[in-house]
Design a protein around this ligand. Structure first.
Ligand code: 0RA
Length: 755
């Protein structure tokens, strides 16, 4: 690392305070359970490991202290202790690094940072979530120290001695106000420390547990070679010395170790900047394709297999493999639901190039082991071929026996109804995605052309003539009818309705629920009918991502965000109430705007208290609601401007003022204030609203809606279905009066469904 790259105090960008971290800790460290607790240790440790990656640190010690605190000591460069020249308060870089969120500064992306990786939020987050934290830095010949409580400095940066060493020592005690548990688990930590020592050849990591005197030291002189040997411990290996390939291209460092054993399993661990990429990614793709290609071309070239029909598949060449892939990238992109999948597309080619080269050379230099690996792959190929033939036979038999299952249905392989699921999906495009997304072993998909059902506003008997409803009946397998339905014959014990989150989707859902209620009641009674909960919104901020399922939840989310961003000198309760009122006001205004009335016009009427005559009766209720809110908001603001503590310039008459993200905004219109709040709060967020299931790709659909591990399903009760039946009757029935009433009563709900 040269001079320019080295960190200067003024490089630190001061961003934001840490109140937000304490309010929403999960957003920064994942959770406040055990996992989040240990995350604090990793967060500090990652910074020390970054120093090791940059070549400045060789030794890290972690101590679990008897008072419940944890100490991390490293011999890196030490956090810079100079005064930050642009800081108005003249604070040191040290204090800023410990108290400002994302004070990473310009040294970001200059090295292969772990701390910029997975959660990578910085030591300031650890500070904010600690009852106390003490940092001690050795740098520039000095030892300095500072103490904090819940992120706030409680002592100056003091010089407490002199030294010729460098390094950082951080002691922190997780805040019991934040964490569900504050007791560190040694085993969880040991696992990660061991992994880290393998991934950083020659780095020593020591854990001492002062609670019982335990001590363990990790150092892997062989790096990932030792890692692979360790994973193979106790197994019969083919190549006694792991294949080791390393190289660097376009700033990406690649290290791969491979050792085959005699088993039939496959264990490939992948890491990016020391983070375990459990979901794989481009590095793994590059690895697999290179392994398959290189072994095949070697085998062909040596006459071990014939080109073409004898070629070995990826699975064949990976039978019995144990491998560790470790790449270091300046700016990793993490994808996938758990952010454990590498996205950088350039990495695939880089890994391929490096492995092609290194592996070919190894095969040439180790012909005996190479031959055994090829032989093992050939056996795997033969076994695969035999299994496929057997499967085809049984499948053909199945087709002859059961000709009734319809073409549109993508059935699952599972035949045990208690294990099988059927997704009824609105629309062919979403149906296609669902087919791709599903786990075909136990998930069947039946797309229904919602439009047709909906346009027909079908009567139940008419529904029965629809091809797709016939398909549905055949798929479920128990027939239909009050007397005739046979619940024992049901082929899936989870029948899941998956419709769009809009009016059409709601219609189709009502229709289907009614159908099930009238024709397959026992299916509901047994609890086999479910409604999927696809997300309505996806919100992203940097690496953080969240799916939201309802308008209500989205509204609540924005409200929470606003509470964080708005500063106003009133008690926390009054502020909460004020924001809530402004939100309600804004939402009603948005709703009238959608129905063709301008919010500014409505606001004029409210301000001048003009009677309702200029308004049509359609807006009567809105006016009433708004009036109440309007008066309450004015009352609160009057209270604020009377207050002594009102520190920024007082607003003029009939003017509202609010401070959002350090910016004061004044206006005579609450609607203006509301839109400004929305603008500021949404800034920096990427908000995607899914209009339909079709807008999600198969991966997203799987992650959010279909994966049993992550989805939420609503089980339909008989009462639910009954209600749907009533709605159905009203909507489709011949009686005009109840239909009108219903539409008026539910108009707002329907509006909210389809924004
Ligand atoms: C900011 C800048 C530099 C290093 C660090 C922070 C740093 C943080 C921690 C946390 C634990 N141990 C740490 N070691 C270093 C770069 C310093 C330079 O360029 O000299």
């Amino acid at each position: 690392m040269n001079k320019e790259q080295s960190y200067k105090a003024e490089d630190i960008k001061i961003l934001k305070g840490l109140e937000g971290v304490r309010k929403r800790p999960a957003m920064y460290i994942g959770s406040t359970s055990v996992e989040g607790l240990h995350h604090l240790v990793y967060e500090v440790l990652d910074n020390s490991v970054d120093e090791a990656l940059a070549g400045f640190c060789t030794h890290i010690e972690v101590r679990l202290n008897t008072d419940g605190s944890c100490t991390v000591i490293d011999n890196g460069r030490g956090i810079p202790i100079g005064i930050h020249p642009e800081d108005p308060e003249g604070r040191t870089a040290l204090e800023i690094v410990l108290t400002e969120l994302h004070a990473g500064g310009k040294f970001e992306s200059k090295a292969y940072k772990v701390s910029g990786g997975l959660h990578g939020v910085g030591v300031s987050v650890v500070n904010a979530l600690s009852e106390f934290l003490e940092v001690e830095v050795r740098r520039n010949g000095k030892i300095v120290r500072q103490r904090y409580s819940r992120g706030v400095p409680i002592s100056p940066v003091e010089e407490i001695g002199q030294t010729d060493k460098t390094g950082t020592k951080i002691t922190f005690k997780p805040d019991p106000e934040i964490f569900e548990t504050t007791e560190f688990s040694r085993d969880i930590l040991l696992h990660r420390f061991k992994e880290l020592s393998y991934l950083n050849k020659g780095l020593t990591i020591v854990l001492t547990d002062e609670r019982d005197g335990f001590r363990e030291e990790f150092i892997a002189e062989g790096g990932i070679i030792s890692f692979v040997e360790d994973l193979n411990r106790g197994k019969r290996v083919i190549n006694p010395k792991p294949i080791y390939v390393t190289g660097q291209k376009d700033g990406v460092i690649v290290e791969i170790a491979i050792q085959y054993n005699e088993s039939y399993s496959e264990e490939v661990l992948t890491f990016v900047n020391n983070i375990n990429t459990r979901e794989g990614g481009t590095h793994l793709v590059g690895f697999k394709s290179s392994l398959t290609r290189t072994i095949n071309s070697y085998a062909i070239q040596k006459g071990l297999i014939k080109e073409g029909k004898e070629s070995l598949s990826g699975e064949d060449v990976r039978e019995g493999i144990v491998a560790v892939i470790s790449v270091k990238i300046p700016e990793p992109q993490f994808e996938g639901q758990t952010k454990m999948k590498l996205g950088n597309s350039e990495v695939k080619g880089i890994v391929e190039t490096i492995l092609n080269e290194g592996l070919s050379r190894w095969l040439e230099e180790n012909p005996n082991y190479a031959k055994r690996i090829v032989e093992k792959s050939k056996e795997a190929a033969r076994a695969r071929e035999a299994a496929k033939k057997a499967k085809e036979l049984t499948r053909r038999k199945g087709i002859l026996e059961d000709t009734t299952l319809p073409g549109k249905l993508a059935d699952c392989t599972e035949k045990d109804p208690s294990q099988a699921e059927l997704f009824i999906v609105e629309g062919d495009s979403a149906g296609g995605s669902a087919k791709q997304a599903r786990d075909r072993r136990y998930q069947a998909v039946l797309p229904l052309r919602g439009k047709i059902l909906n346009v027909e506003k079908a009567r139940i008997d008419k529904m029965l003539t629809s091809e797709e409803i016939k398909t549905l009946i055949t798929a479920i397998g128990g027939g239909i009818g009050k007397e005739t339905f046979e619940p024992e014959q049901i082929r899936y014990h989870k029948v899941i309705l998956m419709t769009d989150a809009d009016v059409d989707g709601a219609h189709i859902r009502t229709l289907l629920l009614t159908f099930f209620y009238r024709q397959m009641l026992p299916l509901i009674e047994r609890g086999y009918l479910y409604i999927a909960q696809p997300p309505l919104y996806r919100i992203k901020r940097g690496k953080w991502e969240r799916y939201i399922q309802t308008e209500e939840e989205f509204y609540k989310f924005l409200l929470d965000m606003t509470e964080e961003e708005v500063f106003i000198e009133v008690s926390e309760e009054v502020k909460k109430e004020l924001i809530k009122q402004i939100f309600d006001y804004g939402r009603i205004m948005e709703s009238i705007e959608k129905r063709g009335l301008s919010p500014s016009y409505m606001e004029k009427l409210l301000i001048s208290s003009v009677s309702l005559s200029p308004l049509s009766s359609a807006f009567h209720r809105d006016y009433q609601l708004l009036k109440g809110i309007f008066e309450r908001i004015n009352e609160i603001f009057r209270g604020i401007s009377k207050s002594e503590e009102f520190s920024y310039e007082k607003p003029g008459d009939h003017e509202y003022a609010i401070k959002i993200k350090n910016e004061i905004f004044k206006s005579k219109s609450i609607w203006d204030i509301y839109t400004k709040i929305m603008e500021v709060v949404k800034k920096g967020l990427s908000i995607q609203r899914y209009k339909g299931l079709g807008e999600m790709n198969p991966d997203q659909l799987w992650e959010t809606t279909m994966d049993p591990e992550r989805r939420t399903l609503l089980q339909v009760s008989v009462e639910d279905a009954q209600a749907a039946n009533e709605i159905f009757t009203i909507l489709m029935g011949d009686d005009v009066e109840p239909r009108k009433e219903f539409i008026v009563k539910h108009a707002l709900e329907v509006r909210n469904l389809d924004i």
